[in-house]
Design a protein around this ligand. Sequence first.
Ligand SMILES: NC(=O)c1ccc[n+]([C@@H]2O[C@H](COP(=O)([O-])OP(=O)(O)OC[C@H]3O[C@@H](n4cnc5c(N)ncnc54)[C@H](O)[C@@H]3O)[C@@H](O)[C@H]2O)c1
Length: 327
Amino acid sequence: MHYLVTGGAGYIGSHICLRLTELGHGVTVLDDFSSGHRWAVTGHEVIEADLRDLEQLRRLLSGCDFDGVFHFAAKSLVGESGKKPVYYFQNNVSGTANLLEVALEQGWRDCVFSSTAAVYGNPTTETIAETQPLKPINVYGQTKRVMEELLSAVHAQGNCNAACLRYFNAAGAAPEQGLGEWHEPETHLIPNILRRAAGDDLALTIFGDDYATPDGTCIRDYIHVLDLADAHIKAMELLHQQGGFYRLNLGNGRGYSVREVLGACEQAVGVPIAHTVGARRPGDPARLVADATQAGEVLDWQPIRDLQAIVESAWAWEQQRRAMAQV
Ligand SMILES: NC(=O)c1ccc[n+]([C@@H]2O[C@H](COP(=O)([O-])OP(=O)(O)OC[C@H]3O[C@@H](n4cnc5c(N)ncnc54)[C@H](O)[C@@H]3O)[C@@H](O)[C@H]2O)c1
């Protein structure tokens, strides 16, 4: 098979490209490198393009024959999305509409799409199943909900098959293959803890230790990026075999508290990591954990890497990343 991977120069997309090529598939990356990295696409065919530019997409993609599209390209900073809603809707929603327009013209039918747990907003149950109402509380989540609706509408016309994969927190790396997470700014907990451990001058604060959780800190669902990659590939295979439209949560279904994550990082690093405890952040729910039962059944998939495997791989990657940053 040969696949188009939008956002393939980004964190998650680059790991999917890795797994696809390990499985013998061909990969073409489409990316504007607005947050992706050129080193992350070494060895892949690359089309440098901005999804917002329909004519450019038509010019560069017409005549290309892909067996399916993995669609990762998006802006995903929650804080920024609130400050730049028009930009987020243009990039994420209009960009997806343009991609679908070209996909329909070219006859690529199967699309695996990066959705997010942010489509749910604040949950009303202990674990979040796909039946939970979609009430995003930020612009980023709103754009992803609309992107899902767009795919659903195109599917309803009989023109595409799609799997919208709602993931919680992707983490971990593939250091042996020289891949890992590198966002600037970095907003994710694990890379920030490890940057602090490696000596970066950043404030590490636990926001609230008085939640109704076993150790008082918030619980979130982390999933290794290579487990995510395998779920994406299984979703694409499902679309090839039986078509359809799917909305599936991807998570480990257990959840880890901030203190557990910090403890796992300290074990990986081998020394205590300096941090402070601050006040709760407004709007932070105590627990955001996936019920990923449906994905397990539909995709015949389970995450196999635990929190310690996630942070060990992220720590090994952090050493490489710092060496690359110094060059
Ligand atoms: N990282 C997570 O924990 C997480 C959780 C849930 C959902 N997601 C979703 O997964 C996807 C990938 O996330 P990530 O962490 O790898 O992000 P990332 O920023 O590392 O990757 C996104 C990629 O898309 C590219 N891109 C953005 N806008 C583009 C455009 N208009 N045209 C072409 N390329 C464009 C960027 O250059 C980048 O390479 C995103 O859609 C994100 O919303 C991520």
